[in-house]
Design a protein around this ligand. Structure first.
Ligand SMILES: O=C(CO)[C@@H](O)[C@@H](O)COP(=O)(O)O
Length: 239
């Protein structure tokens, strides 16, 4: 059986989503990548989390071709593999339907950087993709989801490019968040923080407080203090 350790790490990341209340039933998914072997380990589709075992994880190559696994891979496999191909520094991807981040995705609103908690993890607002076309929704929806995320970070259209290591998350318009990190554990951790900062942003704005957003100086101070100025993180252009 291939990639024993990564299977366990991916299973643990999936279970963390449940522990932290980010997914219901079989919603959501987590994966990890072994860059040396060019293989992705991902949750099986539609399997109850409390029945999931390392040997249930499905292994695919970076093009999404199944290499090992009895069960069907997550329906989001195509999005995960596209993000691994396009963002070479990431090592784990998570998709959830967590309540507040999904509410921002459904409202087609980015999550604004309103405080230091946000600034510690995301070097600017968490962006939202352009809405997917009806053709995309009728056709290769999952593939189009990945393309919409990548387009948003590459700065296509009138948007500015964003460093995916500086803002490790994206809201898919009308759907929900995709989050990533250096490892599956890191991706799950970022997904938990994303939901927390989405909840705080929602409540801050709904309080009609003077939510003016953090200054660039505060964003720099908090983000670089945690991630280091010389790290890849945080050298991106916030949107
Ligand atoms: O939203 C979606 C489908 O994109 C997923 O979170 C959800 O249906 C879970 O699907 P899988 O069980 O991973 O196939």
């Amino acid at each position: 059986m291939l990639l024993e350790k990564l299977r366990e790490e991916v299973l643990e990341a999936n279970l963390e989503l449940v522990r932290q209340g980010l997914v219901l039933y079989t919603f959501g998914n987590a994966s990890g990548v072994d860059r040396e072997q060019g293989l992705v380990v991902i949750k099986p589709s539609g399997v109850a989390y409390d029945e999931m075992k390392p040997e249930h994880m499905v292994i695919a190559d970076l093009e999404g071709k199944i290499v090992e696994g009895e069960l069907r891979p997550s329906s989001d496999l195509d999005t995960h593999t596209l993000l691994y191909r396009e963002f070479p520094e990431i090592g784990g991807v998570v998709h959830t339907h967590s309540e507040f981040a999904t509410s921002f995705a459904q409202a087609r609103l980015p999550i604004p950087a309103l405080g230091t908690t946000h600034a510690d993890y995301f070097y600017g607002p968490v962006p939202v993709t352009l809405p997917l076309s009806d053709e995309a929704i009728g056709g290769r929806y999952v593939h189009e989801t990945g393309l919409a995320i990548v387009a948003r970070f590459k700065g296509e259209g009138d948007s500015k490019a964003i460093d995916p290591m500086a803002v490790p998350a994206c809201l898919v318009a009308g759907h929900a968040p995709f989050v990533w990190g250096k490892t599956p554990h890191d991706a799950a951790h970022n997904a938990v923080v994303l939901e927390a900062v989405a909840r705080m942003a929602y409540r801050t704005v709904s309080l009609e407080a003077n939510a003016i957003g953090v200054s660039q100086a505060l964003l720099d101070r908090h983000y670089f203090r945690k991630h280091g100025r010389d790290a890849t993180y945080g050298q991106g252009k916030s949107s």
